[in-house]
Design a protein around this ligand. Structure first.
Ligand code: ATP
Length: 516
């Protein structure tokens, strides 16, 4: 655990030191759970968004995009159920005065038991070696079986009381499990209360409830209310999808863990409209497609599905793709079968028909929806967790040294190629380097740097994940060749200036990720 915490701290400080992410309004001591992306952060984030957008929109004839407004008619949120039900249960510790999400306190308790199971399994695997059968061990070892049963009982009870909004039972569960406040260590809790997560503001000069607007807590509703506009203008037939990337806002009760849980964040959502009765087929399809997308960036063992026991008011099946963040497995993306709940509710509240005529079935119906919803910021954090590495490399004298390197997939790297004149005082070198950049910049993002020794400049590029460094030296002036250094292998090759664009372009092309 200590190690994982260390890794998390390193990611946070690396993001700040190298211009990826800053605390919002830092000069005023910051605004809690709101963050700004810096020069390299915005590039990396844009590349993640582009990879998602291309995977969805460019790669599918039957998925189109939109960009809806953050403000929507207030009735939208009545119809969607957010005004009445977008709540989290909160609880306060009377001694520390700290506020918690009651369900998360229970989930963290379960996670501790899960960690004990993991430890037992690791020990047993060592003891039994090759012949170890994990499934059998979980069933037969009395201690582990006891842990597993306990987890299941707690999970089922939490799911039931969450579904029934039984706040008293959640409080009882916290008491029965003797959960203590991590800050004060006391079990002196208030009652559990519901807390609505939507931010509101006022429209124009209209005072009171009439003019009350919400900042959207999810991008999905902009897609639902535009369903017919898009279907007709893009001439789409069911099944088809609408994709969108945009900001969402949630007044989270506890907003810790850096960009994992923010009050202003970005979602990448796709709603896929299908025939009623075919939603489970498409739910299975999108589960498969989305995990495959993640696996192009993330090792298999850091990903898992977590099926929901506590279904949201609109869903008939739901799963999370969880990623192993430095603080444990947590939701990265949600895949939900949302039935016809949203379209039907908008139809009812607006009084307008929102239906699709299926020419094959010769029938009108309200389509069913399967949604994939991923937080762009959480994806950013998962990429950082995967790629920020310390490795041992030889220094200029051949001695082993530790370097910090961000091994980003080249297509996602903020800078694709740094061009470095060996000597900053030699105008012929600096001019040659500028000339190279002036050619390359039409194809990809470049970076010019002349300050400090070449070794330090390489290290700085490693730290921001630049896949290639091109160095202009004395020989360049004679024969128009440069050295090109590859970030991961550290291999340096002498190539003609003319070849640089091709070499870098091939490696940084997003096609590689899309074809994987
Ligand atoms: P959680 O259980 O962690 O609060 P959720 O189930 O409420 O998440 P969804 O409503 O399914 O999340 O939202 C879809 C995605 O949006 C999530 O998978 C997550 O990646 C992202 N997301 C949700 N809330 C936040 C937040 N406060 N900060 C950053 N990303 C978020």
């Amino acid at each position: 655990m200590a190690n994982q915490n260390e890794q998390f701290k390193k990611i946070v400080s690396h993001c700040k030191e190298y211009g990826f992410i800053f605390q919002s309004s830092e000069v005023y001591d910051g605004l809690s759970a709101v963050y700004d992306y810096g020069p390299y952060g915005v590039q990396l984030k844009n590349n993640i968004k582009s990879y998602w957008w291309k995977s969805m929109v460019q790669m599918h004839e039957n998925i189109v995009g939109i960009d809806a407004s953050i403000f929507m008619h207030p009735k939208t949120w009545k119809a969607s159920g957010h005004v009445d039900a977008f709540n989290d249960p909160l609880i306060d510790n009377k001694d520390s005065k700290k506020r918690y999400r009651a369900d998360v306190l229970v989930e963290e308790y379960v996670e501790k038991i899960e960690n004990k199971v993991k430890k037992e399994i690791t020990k047993a695997r060592k003891r039994f070696g090759e012949t170890f059968d994990e499934a059998m061990y979980k069933e037969t070892n009395p201690r582990v079986k006891g842990y597993m049963d306990k987890m299941e009982t707690i999970n089922t009870r939490l799911a039931t009381s969450m579904s029934n909004s039984d706040l008293d039972d959640i409080k009882s569960l916290i008491e029965e499990l003797e959960i203590a406040c991590p800050v004060s260590g006391s079990k002196n809790w208030t009652e559990v209360r519901q807390f609505n997560l939507m931010f509101s503001t006022q429209l124009g000069t209209i005072a009171g409830e009439e003019g009350k607007l919400y900042l959207r807590p999810e991008t999905a509703q902009g897609i639902f209310v535009n369903f017919l506009n898009v279907q007709k203008t893009a001439r789409q037939k069911i099944p088809f999808g609408i994709a969108q990337i945009g900001k969402a806002f949630r007044n989270e009760i506890v907003a810790r863990q850096f960009i994992f849980r923010m009050r202003e964040f970005e979602q990448m959502e796709m709603q896929f409209f299908v025939r009623p009765g075919e939603e489970m087929k498409w739910y299975a399809y999108w589960k498969e497609a989305r995990i495959k997308w993640h696996k192009t960036l993330t090792p298999d063992e850091k990903l898992r599905f977590h099926d929901h026991e506590n279904l949201a008011h609109y869903a008939n099946a739901a799963t999370d793709i969880q990623f192993e963040f430095p603080f444990g497995f947590r939701e990265l993306e949600g895949i939900h079968s949302r039935t016809d709940f949203d379209l039907s509710s908008h139809q009812e509240l607006s009084g307008r028909k929102i239906q699709y005529f299926d020419a094959e079935l010769k029938e009108n119906y309200v389509p069913y929806v399967v949604e994939t919803s991923i937080g762009c910021d959480r994806m950013f954090l998962s990429v950082m967790s995967n790629c920020l590495i310390e490795d041992i490399v030889p220094d200029a004298d051949g001695k082993e040294t530790t370097r910090t390197v961000l091994k980003l997939p080249p297509a996602l790297a903020p800078i694709k190629c740094a061009v470095l004149p060996l000597l900053k005082n030699d105008e012929r070198m600096t001019n040659a380097a500028r000339d190279i950049i002036n050619k390359l910049k039409f194809s990809f993002e470049c970076y010019y740097e002349e300050k400090d020794g070449i070794g330090r400049r390489y290290r700085r590029q490693d730290a921001i994940g630049t896949p290639f460094c091109v160095t202009v030296d004395h020989q360049t002036l004679e024969d128009q060749t440069v050295t090109i250094r590859e970030r991961d292998s550290l291999a340096q090759e002498r190539v003609s200036i003319e070849d640089v664009e091709r070499i870098v372009s091939e490696k940084v092309d997003m096609k590689k990720l899309l074809q994987a």
